[in-house]
Design a binder for this molecule. Structure first.
Ligand code: SAM
Ligand code: SF4
Length: 331
């Protein structure tokens, strides 16, 4: 198809990055992410794999150059391998990069397939290396299994970034040892502030740690050199001096990143959210089913006309900024 118009929002930001939540289901129940008794979407409400691929391909035609598959836990969706292979064909031909964020629980079984399909980098969540703390945070996770998955991914040739949500009184004293471990084994590390998304069983404010405080502590132990790398999201980066390793701080609560936001998120139900912290949405499933590719294009244009200027997160607010969980929107 001849050059489709790029996706530029009403604030003049070019949208080049799409996150796709391929399922809202998960085999863990991290306390900051989900309630223990979560109600998941009925399978009939989900986009088919073919619909996800068609929508993603339309985004690529409209100038999206990076796609991240996430969830929920992407590796619990049985047919996810087919999607990865289909989107993998576009890497180097429209798409610069296809990536995935996973909890690592099933990574050992999938690492080889992911790299074969064209994925080169993955993010793996690892909030603690201590078996008890990890089990507590995830409610039933086995840290050895996840670490096994991380090494399997590295050995298969994937470059791995560890995601760690900083949680006061749970893992905030483990951050420096985690960075040491990452440097030793060749992983980058991104630290994340807990965000007020969806109801959980506890008050997130009790566990919130500003990353500015963590960064001050780390600066005393590591030679951190500011890095100009930007992803268009809330992350700011540093190099660990004398190494190739990068430290990222994802601090939507304490840093403003919205001016350079380049991303949108597709849920497993086919809803496009143009901001993690707002309810502005466009129903792409309906647009595709009722209007085909032309309907989809019109819906994408509508989305660009409504993307908010910035999020309004407030960790101290009595109710979360938005009622949907990160696992629905795609973290
Ligand atoms: N299940 C996969 C995983 O855990 O990596 C992918 C989905 S998960 C929603 C993506 C990322 O979002 C993870 O790094 C997780 O720690 C983070 N996350 C989930 N809920 C969050 C919240 N309320 N605030 C900040 N980060 C959150
Ligand atoms: Fe599952 Fe990831 Fe949420 Fe943890 S953070 S419950 S692994 S979706």
């Amino acid at each position: 198809m001849a050059c489709a118009p790029a996706l530029i929002d009403r604030h003049g930001r070019t949208i080049s990055y799409l996150r796709i939540s391929v399922t809202d289901r998960c085999d863990l129940r991290c306390r900051y992410c989900m309630a223990e008794q979560m109600t998941f979407l009925p399978r009939t409400a989900l986009l088919s794999l073919d619909e996800i691929a068609v929508i993603a391909e339309r985004f690529i035609a409209r100038g999206i150059t990076r796609i991240r598959l996430t969830g929920g836990e992407p590796l619990v969706r049985r047919d996810v391998g087919d999607l990865v292979r289909r989107l993998g064909y576009h890497v180097g031909a429209g798409l610069d990069e296809l990536t995935m964020t996973t909890n690592g629980n099933r990574l050992a079984d999938h690492a080889g397939d992911l790299i074969e399909a064209g994925i080169r980098r993955i993010n793996v969540s690892l909030d603690s290396r201590d078996p008890e703390t990890f089990r507590y945070i995830t409610r039933h996770g086995d840290v050895e299994r996840v670490i096994g998955g991380i090494f399997a991914a590295r050995d298969a040739g994937l470059s791995v970034k560890i995601n760690m949500v900083a949680l006061r009184g749970l893992n905030d004293t483990e951050v420096a040892p985690m960075l040491d471990w990452c440097v030793e084994h060749g992983f980058d590390l991104s630290l994340i502030e807990t965000m007020p998304l969806g109801a959980i069983d506890e008050d997130r404010a009790d566990r919130f740690v500003p990353l500015t405080r963590i960064f001050d502590d780390l600066s005393g132990c590591f030679p951190l050199v500011s890095d100009t790398h930007r992803s268009g999201g809330p992350a700011r980066y540093w190099r660990v001096g004398g190494t190739e390793r990068r430290l990222g701080l994802i601090s939507p609560l304490t840093a403003n990143f919205c001016d350079t936001c380049n991303r949108v998120r597709l849920t497993t139900e086919g809803i496009l959210y143009t901001c993690l912290g707002h309810d502005d949405r466009v129903d792409l499933k309906r647009a595709l089913r009722e209007g085909g590719l032309a309907g989809l294009d019109a819906a994408l244009d509508r989305a660009m006309a409504t993307k908010p200027a910035r999020h309004d997160f407030d960790i101290a607010a009595a109710t979360p900024a938005v009622s949907r969980h990160m696992s629905v929107t795609g973290g």
